[in-house]
Ligand binder design. Structure first.
Ligand SMILES: [Zn+2]
Length: 107
């Protein structure tokens, strides 16, 4: 069972996301320029950063949940139906909590 490998993958991803979030926060703290045109560009930039931050934070949350599920020995099982998620699927999407059929079935 390549569980260690998956855990490693998740941890690497987690570090990358945390780094990305730090960089985004750092960018937010940069001072504003007085120039109006530049301010407009900065606002646009902030919107991009906002959505990047949102995505990174969301992914980080999912990774933390996956790591917790590993700790509790629930990682290999679908959080909805309890069936095996399948190693192949976990390899492709290490932070998933649903088996393929639940993932394709909206609540
Ligand atoms: Zn399921």
């Amino acid at each position: 069972m390549p569980l260690q490998q998956l855990k490693h993958k998740l941890l690497v991803q987690k570090v990358q996301l945390e780094r990305q979030l730090n960089a985004i926060h750092h960018d937010f703290q940069q001072g504003r320029s007085a120039d109006a045109a530049e301010q407009a560009a900065e606002r646009e930039n902030e919107q991009v950063l906002n959505s990047l931050e949102h995505n990174a934070a969301e992914e980080l949350k999912q990774i933390n949940i996956a790591l917790q599920r590993m700790e509790h020995g629930e990682y290999l099982h679908c959080s909805r139906c309890g069936e095996d998620i399948g190693v192949e699927r976990l390899n492709a999407v290490p932070f998933t909590t649903l088996c393929i059929s639940c993932a394709n079935t909206p609540l």
